[in-house]
Design a binder for this molecule. Structure first.
Ligand code: C2E
Ligand code: MG
Ligand code: MG
Ligand code: MG
Length: 289
């Protein structure tokens, strides 16, 4: 009986695996064509400075308009893109598109604000990465002081010399460097001293339901103390509620990002959101006076 059950389970399992790999193969095929078919789009999520209440930046987050599957978020395809190496071309598209859109907003008369772009490890390790970035800066005319790269702690575990060289060169161009999902990765923090880092983004797992997790309050406060002592800016990610905003602020975060303010939005909706947000802030200021 157990044996039969086992065999059945096995059969189901193989069928499932086959389906999974077929599904994955078709996604991979589609992903190879997605750039030339122009199926990617960047969404933007605002970042707010808590001292002024102003929108001071935005993070670019990739979306894929799949021909049959609809709008896909990165969880559905970034891993495949990394495993196949396609992330190098996709990541290059992302940087160029973010810079193009930034310039477009400037030309439309908007105040400049920082634009943050996520960088994958494989992309970062390409020997021509810095040259590629310089070309995009040159082609689009973006002031690199408004460009920020979000890196992950895991990147700093690799060959330190190469990493240092790349980071110094990017920083030398004026690009800001941030550590994404801070607190979830590498525990040896000495890299923070070695590398020219500008900001830490506290991982959203520490912010979610922070009011119920005294230990998370302590963790965020500790990260804030570290950030202050090293003159790093601190962003809280994933702020969804008033209470989380309150705790993020009182624990020492100086910038916030999350659904409480806005979900990531397509460029046009983002423009509208910023305009309305400013409008509200102005009204509030008038009432205050
Ligand atoms: P991330 O860089 O840590 O981005 C934050 C993620 O949290 C985004 O998910 C964002 O939509 C989501 N988020 C923002 N505010 C909230 C909130 O209040 N609550 C919750 N629950 N979630 C919130 P998204 O857009 O699905 O991106 C997931 C990850 O995919 C990103 O995490 C980043 O690691 C990666 N990614 C996104 N775009 C790119 C890209 O252009 N290139 C690369 N290499 N990776 C990307
Ligand atoms: Mg990010
Ligand atoms: Mg993050
Ligand atoms: Mg991430």
């Amino acid at each position: 009986e157990a044996k039969r059950g086992g065999r059945n389970t096995y059969r189901h399992y193989t069928a499932g695996m086959q389906l999974y790999s077929l599904d994955r193969m078709s996604l991979e095929t589609d992903l190879r064509l997605a750039i030339e078919r122009n199926e990617f789009e960047l969404y933007y999520q605002p970042q707010i400075a808590l001292d002024s209440g102003k929108v001071v930046g935005k993070e670019a987050l990739i979306r894929w308009h799949h021909p049959h599957r609809g709008l896909l978020t990165p969880i559905h395809f970034i891993e495949i893109a990394e495993e196949t190496g396609l992330i190098v071309a996709i990541g290059q598209w992302v940087i160029r598109e973010a810079c193009r859109q930034h310039q477009h907003w400037l030309q439309a008369g908007f105040q400049p604000m920082r634009i943050s772009v996520n960088i994958s490890a494989m992309q970062f390790y390409q020997s021509n990465f810095c040259d590629m970035v310089e070309t995009i800066i040159h082609d689009t005319g973006i002031n690199p002081g408004y460009l920020e790269f979000e890196l992950t702690e895991s990147m700093f575990m690799q060959d330190a010399d190469t990493v240092v060289k790349t980071l110094r060169r990017l920083h030398g161009l004026g690009i800001k460097l941030a550590i994404d999902d801070f607190g979830t990765g590498y525990s040896n923090l000495s890299y923070l001293r070695k590398f020219p880092i500008d900001r830490l983004k506290v991982d959203q797992s520490f912010i979610k339901g922070i009011e119920h997790e005294p230990i998370n309050v302590e963790i965020v406060k500790t990260i804030a103390a570290l950030a202050r002592s090293m003159s790093l800016e601190l962003v809280a990610e994933g702020v969804e509620t008033d209470v989380e905003l309150h705790w993020a602020e009182s624990s020492g975060c100086t910038f916030v990002q999350g659904y409480h303010f806005s979900q990531p939005l397509p460029a046009e909706k983002f423009t509208r959101w910023v305009t309305e947000y400013k409008y509200q802030a102005d009204q509030y200021a008038l009432v205050d006076m």
